[in-house]
Every structure is written in structure tokens, then in C-alpha cells.
Design a protein around this ligand. Sequence first.
Ligand SMILES: Nc1ncnc2c1ncn2[C@@H]1O[C@H](COP(=O)(O)OP(=O)(O)OP(=O)(O)O)[C@@H](O)[C@H]1O
Length: 313
Amino acid sequence: MTLTVDDLRVHYRTLRGDVRALDGVSFFVDDGEILGLVGESGCGKTTLGKSLIRMDGRMRHVGGTVTLDGDDVPVGDDRAMNAFRFRRISLVPQYSMSAMNPTRRIGRMIRELLASRGASVDTAELHRRLALVGLKPEVLDRYPIELSGGMKQRTVMVISTLLDPSLLVADEVTSALDVSNQKAVAHALVGLRDQGLVTSMVFITHDLALTSHIADTIMVMYAGLLAEKAPANILTSAPRHPYTRRLLAALPEAGVRRSEGRLSGIEGSPPSLLSPPAGCRFRDRCPLADDRCAEQPPVVEVAPRHHVACWKV
Ligand SMILES: Nc1ncnc2c1ncn2[C@@H]1O[C@H](COP(=O)(O)OP(=O)(O)OP(=O)(O)O)[C@@H](O)[C@H]1O
């Protein structure tokens, strides 16, 4: 499995103009790779995930291409995307565990969903998959309201991967959970990949610490653009982009309480994507910015598989 995204541009139409949520993003995901996608709220993570599956009515594919195993993925064409959805690319959407139909038992929901896609349930295989994410077959007889948040989230993960998609996009699947459930869900995702139920994964999250435990590669976005992408251990130990460094510096250290003032956060806020400024979009918040940064920095491969968009590297 190889996913190649090249100069992808996706805007939202609004009364005030186009919001340039993805403004020319390029990257690839390799066979078996888990790509962690991080960045502050509003940087375009969810837009990227949705663009790979289904754009909503306000989204507009303005440019760029997506290729999966050499096939052009028709991201801007809702009907043509049917051939890819669920079968080759699947999504665990943000808030999906709260969106389960409350009037259906889980087992019936799964049967109906598979039937709508021309497939039927292999009960033994379904039980095996539930066990893989730590669920008992009894969940099939339950209503969503009878499951905990973590159980619901793991159920949605099983449902999203029933047809063994090549690529699974998991959008903030851990953010509504407590810490122990977050870890269980994250490790269940890795299990799905390790067992070959999905080949590769894009794991979208605010949580850089969590993603560093499960991702092979981490991609940092800022204001609709790629800031840095590197193998997870490199990105967390030797980040090159000033924004990535700040994100890492803002992480709480184990054993340090907030009252000790070590959770610094990042001052300032990203620019509006309605009319983003020319040049580097981080420069107003960047301690290293100089005149050069008035020009948009290209994404450069500074070391094998390590890409950075900054004049200062
Ligand atoms: N339906 C919409 N209409 C107009 N603008 C939108 C819409 N959805 C998102 N946006 C804008 O697009 C940009 C990217 O949003 P997106 O939700 O992709 O970011 P995100 O990084 O996933 O944020 P979060 O972590 O909060 O989910 C933001 O500026 C956001 O305000």
C-alpha cells in the first residue's frame, strides 16, 4: 500500500470567502506505516482526513492529487469515491462513538451496514476481530448506550475495518476518553495494523505524546500546510521546525504538576485561513523569524524521510 498526496488544496466555501483549510499539502504513507498527524486546532487535520473519504457539501477540491497504489483517488467526485470508501480507504470519524444509532443493537447495525455494501457477516471472523480489540461477542447484543466510551470507540474501529481497507484514517479517536482508555484504544489500532486488517493508518490527534508511542512517522501541520514530517523518534528527539520544537516544549513532563508552571503552551494564535498572509505562516510566533520568512519556505528533505518547511533549518 502506498498513498501519495500531492499538492492537495481543499477549501470551504463561506459567506466571507474561501477558507483555505488545505493549501497545498504533499506527503506519502508507506506500506504498513502508521502516520500520526498532529497540530493545533484548525490547522486542517480533519479536513485532510475527510478529503480522503468524503468531502462535505461546503468543501471544494481546488487542486492536487491523491494516489492509492497507483490508482487516482477521485477525492473531489463524491460518486466516484464510492469505489474506494470503506473497501480501500476507511474512516473512524471524529465523534463517531457518539453518532452510533441508539435504536440498533450493535450486531444488527453491523449486519445492516455490511448488507448495504453487498457483504455478509462471517460470525466467527467478527468475534475474532472483536477479541482483537478486547471486546467480548456479547457486545453484539447490546445497544450503544450500554457500552462505555472506550468500548464504543473500539466497536467503531472494528466496524470501520470490516472490509480490510488498505488505509484507515482515525480522527481523534482517543480525545474523548480517559487516559487508560486512550492507551487501550491506541494499542487496539496498532493491533488492527499488526494483524493485517488494515495495511496503513493515518492517526489524527492533538496528542503528540500519545501519537509518539504508536506512530512510525509523525507529520506536523500548521495553518493548512505541512510544517515537518519525520520518523517518530527523530521528530520527538531532534525536531527541526521551530513550531514542532514549541509543541514538544509545551508537553507536560511526567510527574510535573500544572501548578508548577511547566505547561507553557504556545503564545499567540495561527493566522486566519480566510486570507492567510504571504510567507511563512508561523513567522509571527516564531522566535527565529527574519526577513527571509516573508517568503513561503518550501518543504525540503533535510535527511532521509525528514521533511521540513522552514528557512532556518
Ligand atoms: N464547515 C466548515 N466551514 C467553514 N470553515 C471550516 C469548516 N470546517 C472547518 N473549517 C475551517 O477549516 C480550517 C481547518 O479545520 P479542521 O477542522 O480541518 O482543523 P483541525 O486541525 O482538524 O481542527 P480540530 O483539531 O479542532 O478538529 C479551520 O480554519 C476551520 O475553521
